[in-house]
Design a protein. Sequence first.
Length: 146
Amino acid sequence: MNIKIRDLKEQDLPHVLDIAKVSFSVPWSLEAFKSEIFNPNSILRIAELDGEIAGYIVLRKIIDQSELLSIAVKPGLRRKGIATELIKNVLNEIKSSIKCCFLEVRVSNFEAISLYEKIGFKKVGKRKNYYLLPKEDATVMKLDIV
Ligand SMILES: CC(C)(COP(=O)(O)OP(=O)(O)OC[C@H]1O[C@@H](n2cnc3c(N)ncnc32)[C@H](O)[C@@H]1OP(=O)(O)O)[C@@H](O)C(=O)NCCC(=O)NCCS
């Protein structure tokens, strides 16, 4: 299996939007992705599996912290280590300039919580009614970068 991680370019967005649409009840809009592309503090990467866009990650640096804003993998290509590769690729690049990474995840999203825990994130809090459609609390998770 040949997973290649590279920067997300504007021309990748139709494929990325397709993945977002099948992965989230409220997917990011085209404008939301574009504004992250043009944010100098944001890192957007995609994973290609044998040339096919298989997943993406969006992470933002905030001084010496980072926030994992979004990650998704094409349904047919999950459980192949693609999300793990995306997270490790980005964190590896910024680890010398950040102390930790935070994220929010739906309390019911056990697939994502399992992924984050496997990488070393710990549950550190909860945000009441953080999500809409459907309304749900978020679990806040944190990875300390050592
Ligand atoms: C969460 C998501 C990104 C994981 O992507 P992935 O490429 O399948 O993840 P990986 O293959 O790297 O999985 C790594 C580990 O996470 C855990 N995991 C991932 N999916 C799982 C599942 N369906 N059931 C149980 N554990 C799971 C496992 O520990 C897995 O390791 P293993 O396969 O060796 O057991 C993917 O399921 C997805 O796109 N979901 C929809 C979007 C989403 O919820 N994003 C997160 C929002 S906060």
